[in-house]
Design a binder for this molecule. Structure first.
Ligand SMILES: C[S@@+](CC[C@H](N)C(=O)[O-])C[C@H]1O[C@@H](n2cnc3c(N)ncnc32)[C@H](O)[C@@H]1O
Length: 287
């Protein structure tokens, strides 16, 4: 009981110290987190979740010829899918993680322009009205979303389309439940704060963001996918190798075997054997 109280006090102290010193997980840290999972990302996450990418991409009206921006392209799935149907599309695929881009390069084999950059930095250097299509899946929350959407609207041609998918604020409730205990157990090792990501509450929230950013005719939806596991060890491996906790793995080193054991024990303690991905997605037209 005293141990837990002390851990909590230590955690508050560490959080305050990081706040005062402005030690916060940044874009480069997120990129590093994805570097670490880049080789297993497709197998652990995308193999299952690509069905939602395809659902969103299939809803987009695809013109005959197009210039496309695949923002935070990861391992290049969206670009690859679009090129299957439209080999003549000219695609700029941007990502901050070198590891993810390496995987994208394998998949795309020179058929898209791969660019290493943060989303906002790339958009900031891009001219107005040059793309017919922008897609951004499972990544919009890593930089201020409305700012990114406004920039996407600026670089899109009139009537250009955008397609997005991102986690909702309700995603991964099981992980949230154990994470605070993990932080208490590891408070002495915390060097940087990971701030809560700005995920939308629901599909109506995404709709408001899109309208604010200059889009109309938005169609937005909510989705959910539950990953079930046979053991907490298997679940821990999954949680730490999908990128789902990118950035949070900096605050508590989720790649450390000791910490992984603690995560597994916490899942065991709370009887958790499934992880819920709750997300929103949609398409819209630049008006
Ligand atoms: C969950 S993955 C999604 C990848 C891909 N869009 C997909 O659907 O598989 C998130 C991607 O966002 C990238 N990312 C994170 N922050 C970024 C930023 N600020 N700018 C550009 N890419 C970023 C990561 O490197 C990672 O490849």
């Amino acid at each position: 009981m005293w141990g837990a109280k002390l851990g909590r006090i230590q955690l508050y102290y560490k959080v305050l110290k990081c706040c005062l010193a402005a030690k916060v997980v940044d874009r480069a840290d997120i990129g590093n987190s994805y570097d670490l999972v880049s080789r297993c990302y497709d197998d652990q996450f995308l193999k299952t979740m690509q069905q939602y990418n395809i659902k969103m991409l299939s809803l987009l009206p695809l013109p005959e010829k197009a210039r496309v921006l695949d923002l935070a392209c990861g391992t290049g799935f969206n670009s690859w899918w679009l090129l299957q149907a439209h080999p003549d599309y000219v695609i700029d695929a941007v990502d901050i993680s070198e590891g993810m881009l390496r995987q994208a390069d394998r998949r795309l084999d020179g058929k898209a322009n791969l660019i290493r950059s943060s989303a906002l930095e790339f958009l900031g250097k891009s001219a107005n009205e040059q793309y017919d299509l922008v897609v951004c899946t499972w990544a919009l929350e890593y930089q201020p979303p409305i700012k990114v959407l406004r920039e996407c609207s600026r670089v899109l041609k009139q009537d250009g389309q955008i397609g997005v998918i991102l986690n909702s604020g309700q995603t991964l409730p099981e992980v949230r439940r154990v994470y605070k205990h993990l932080l208490i157990e590891n408070s002495s090792r915390i060097e940087k704060l990971m701030l809560e990501l700005p995920n939308p509450k629901d599909e109506r929230h995404l709709d408001r963001w899109l309208r604010k950013a200059g889009f109309c005719e938005a169609q937005t939806f909510r989705g959910m996918h539950k990953f079930s596991f046979d053991s907490t060890a298997e679940m821990t491996d999954w949680v730490t190798s999908t990128g789902a906790l990118a950035g949070f793995d900096v605050m508590a080193d989720l790649h450390d075997e000791e910490v992984k054991k603690q995560v597994s024990a916490l899942f065991e303690r709370f009887g958790i054997l499934a992880i819920t991905h709750d997300f929103v997605w949609g398409i819209a037209r630049k008006c």
